[in-house]
Design a protein around this ligand. Sequence first.
Ligand SMILES: Cc1ncc(COP(=O)(O)O)c(C=O)c1O
Length: 381
Amino acid sequence: MSQMEDNLLLIPGPTNLSPRVRQVMAGPQLPHVGSTFYAMFKETVSLARYVFKNQKGVQYVYTGSGTIGMESSVVSLVSHGDRTLTVSTGYFGHRMLMLNQVHGAQADHLEMTDGRACDPDTLRKGLRNAKYTAVFITHVDTSSSVINPVDELVEECNKAGVLSVVDSVCAIGGVPLDFDRLGADIVFTASQKALAGAPGAVLLAVSQRAIEHMEKRKAQIESYYMNLLKWKPIMDDPRMYLATPATQVLLALREAMLELKEEGLENRWARHTRLGELTRSMVERWGQKFVAEEGHRANTVTSFWVDKQNAGEIQGTLEKEHGIMIARGIYDDRDRMLRIGHFGILPVDTLHSALEKMGGVMKELGAVPGDVKVARPAKKR
Ligand SMILES: Cc1ncc(COP(=O)(O)O)c(C=O)c1O
C-alpha cells in the first residue's frame, strides 16, 4: 500500500474509502451494457432513495462531480432572464450564484457574512424583493462549515410559491435530511463526502413539481449532459444510452451506500454528531475561534481561524509527521483558516487520536496557548 493510501483524510472530501469499496473499484472493468450493470444501477438508485428518504420524487444518480449537480439544477430549472435568489454562507454559495449568472438568470444574492447562517425572517424579507423562479440554498457550506436551517428556509420558499434547491453535498449522510418531508424541489449531493464513495457521482432528488416546471418551460434546457429531463428515463431503464457512465465510480457508490445502510442512516447521523462534538470540543481547547456562529456549526466539517496565520505550516507538518491530511481555507483564507472534514466511515476513536496529534503539532508550532488534552469521546448514544 502506498504512502498516499495510508494517509488519514480529514479534508472535507474526498474521504477515506473502506476496504470493501476499494475492492470493488479494483475489479475488472464493468461495461455499461449487460444485465450485471443494469441490476447494479437499479440497486444504486434504490439505495439513493433510502439515503435521501425520497419515495415521492424522482431519484437521479449519474456521473460527474458535485458541480454537475449544481449546474444541472440551475440549467434545468432556470431560463434566461428568470429571477433567482441565492442564499450564500460561503464559497459554494458564491459558486451557485455564479452558475446562475452563467446561465443567464437575473441572479440576486442574499449573502450571509461572518459565519452567520440565514434565518427564516431574512429569507422571507429577501423573497419580497422580486418574483423569483427559484431559490438556491447551501445546506452546509464546506468553506465556512455553516449549516443552514434548511427545513425552515424551504418552508419560506414554499409559502412564497418559489422553487427551492438545496446543495447538500457536504451534508447528506452525515446530517439529518428527509426529502419527502422537507418539500424542496431539488436536493443534491456528491459521492465523495459523508456517503464515503469515490469522487465522481452526483445524486439528486427532484420533486414532481420541478419536473412539471421543466416540462412546461418555454425555452429549451440549454444543455445535453446536465439536462435533467434527458436523464429521467435512464433512471427507470438504464439500458437506454445518454453517455457512458463511470461504472467503477458507481460500483464504489453502491458499495458505500450498502455499508451506510448496514450501519443505518440514523446511526450514521448520530455518529456524525459525536464526530462534530468531539472536533468542536478540541478546537475550543486549542483556544481557536470558529468560523461559523454558535448553533450553526456543522457535524461534517469544522472551520476555524488560526491566530498565528500559519495554517500551511500546521497542515504540512501534520501530513509529514503523522500522515494526517487536513485542509486550509480557500483563496484569501489559506493562511489563516484550517478545515477538518469529519465524515464518511470515520470512527470516533480514530478522529480522537488524530486530533490529539494535531493538538500536539499546533502546540509545537506555537498555535495553541495551553494544554490540549481532550476527554475521551463519549460512549455511543
Ligand atoms: C457544498 C459543496 N457544494 C458543491 C461542491 C462541488 O463539488 P465537486 O468539487 O465534487 O464538484 C462542493 C465540493 O466540495 C461542496 O462542498
